[in-house]
Design a protein around this ligand. Structure first.
Ligand SMILES: *Cc1c(COP(=O)(O)O)cnc(C)c1O
Length: 449
């Protein structure tokens, strides 16, 4: 069974480099009906079960494709998939350090390395979560608890309209009313307007409210734009707000020289979210929260119960006291194993390559007279629209004629196509393939009627 499973994944990953679409001919309606049925009472042969799974996979979006440039692509590193298999085969309990101290140390080693990469102080710590949404929620509740205590009603928080909707969801879950959210205006480059932020905070304070949190984007999802993080750090420091940085997409570029230059100020954050299942090409289910003060996480989430062992290891954190979960998947191995097998240099080099590829794509698209390319990319998202004609039509045309996957967004009332280069599988040949398809489609897109 193991051999069949590994062969299937190895074959899928091999084919992903050539950007071919799956060859399976699947009757979707028939398979959906079969899959919605309850499981059988007796056994089924493993190969048959694997076949059914593979058929369902072949109708799904190919996130492991080298020409996936839509949304925030990720590559699902093969070594991370092996790590997930090993971790779940062993199934250690890492909610309390005492049950698997050296495996907690393994996970903590990865988090400490990330804290150092981001320039956080010695008091820093973190948690590996299921993704950016869970990490953001964990941070927001810590900020709320630390800054507001139980006085939720008067708290206000500040972020631009480009801030990811998962943080609005987090605020909702955290019991903050919708009117506590302040939309800070952006400048023409779509970055937070710091003067406006100061004015809004001062006005709220004068009105008796409690401004407590300001969020900076370290690469917005729509355009990959970085807010002025050092300026936001100043605003937060002067007015006593918690400074959260959402680097779910862009945080990983801190591993590169150019990224570190562009993200300057991030080292002053109270909390940072970075999604290894985006920028480090890991499989879905891997997000990271880093905080400047791990004692604040502990004060927010620590709890005890007579049925839990209370012996703690003074050297190591109890991750159940850093977040929502008690029993948790051993996610650390998914980072640790690839980081050791490949070495950190390969991750840095892969991210550097993406910065080069995105910049080359930007120059190439900007030179096309049929296209308008409104923003210079800070990271690896390039946005464009046809000078004449419909953005939707152009995107449909691209998807109808090639396996290249792009997505769209709306900024300042204009529909834009997004090309996001991030997967470790995507190289110059794949970006060139996308550019050729885009140019060809742009030439034939009719003016809007
Ligand atoms: C993807 C994303 C999130 C949400 O992360 P998930 O891992 O999808 O839960 C938050 N912020 C930004 C900027 C993102 O790109």
């Amino acid at each position: 069974m193991g051999r069949q499973a590994v062969e299937y994944i190895a074959d899928l990953h091999d084919r992903s480099h050539n950007a071919v679409t799956p060859a399976h001919a699947v009757d979707v309606n028939e398979l959906r009906t079969a899959l919605l049925r309850p499981p059988p009472t007796g056994p089924t042969n493993f190969a048959a079960v694997l076949n059914t799974f593979a058929a369902a996979v072949s109708t799904s979006t190919a996130t492991v494709s080298a020409t996936a440039f839509d949304h925030i692509p990720t590559g699902a590193l093969y070594t991370a998939a092996l790590a997930a298999f090993l971790a779940q085969g062993v199934n250690p309990f890492t909610g309390l350090a005492v049950h698997a101290p050296l495996l907690v140390a393994l996970e903590e080693g990865v988090l400490r390395w990330l804290c150092r990469e981001f320039g956080l102080p010695d008091t820093a710590g973190g948690l590996i979560t299921t993704g950016g949404s869970a990490a953001g929620l964990t941070a927001l509740v810590a900020a709320r608890t630390h800054c507001l205590g139980h006085q939720l009603a008067s708290g206000t928080w500040y972020a631009t309209a480009h801030t990811h909707h998962s943080l609005d969801k987090a605020a909702h879950i955290a019991g903050l009313p919708a009117h506590a959210r302040r939309v800070v205006p952006v400048d023409s480059a779509q970055r937070m307007d710091l003067t406006a932020a100061n004015t809004m905070i001062d006005a709220d304070r004068a009105a008796g409210r409690h401004p407590f949190l300001i969020i900076g984007n370290a690469g917005s999802t729509g355009t990959g734009t970085i807010d002025p993080l050092a300026g936001i750090a100043d605003v937060a420091a002067r007015r006593g707000l918690w400074f959260h940085v959402d680097g779910a997409y862009g945080g990983a570029f801190q591993l590169t020289d150019r990224g570190r230059d562009r993200l300057v100020g991030i080292e002053r954050a109270d909390s940072i979210v970075v999604d290894p299942h985006k920028g480090l090409s890991l499989p879905y289910g891997t997000g990271v929260l880093l905080v400047a003060r791990r004692d604040v996480l502990h004060a927010t989430y620590a709890s005890s119960s007579p049925y839990l062992d209370d012996a703690t290891d003074p050297q190591l954190p109890d991750y159940s006291a850093h977040g929502i979960e008690l029993t948790r998947e051993f996610r650390g191995l998914r980072l640790w194993l690839p980081l050791h097998v490949h070495g950190t240099h390969q991750f840095r080099a892969a991210l550097d390559e993406k910065l080069d590829l995105a910049h080359a794509a930007y120059r190439d698209l900007a030179a096309d007279p049929h296209l308008h390319v409104p923003y210079t990319p800070d990271l690896t998202v390039v946005t464009f629209r046809p000078r004449h004609g419909s953005t939707r039509h152009l995107l449909d045309q691209i998807h109808a004629t090639s396996p290249v996957a792009l997505s769209s967004t709306r900024i300042d009332g204009a529909d834009l196509i997004r090309l996001c280069v991030l997967s470790h599988r995507s190289h110059a040949e794949h970006v060139d393939q996308a550019l050729a398809v885009i140019h060809a489609a742009a030439r034939t897109t009719p003016p809007a009627g």
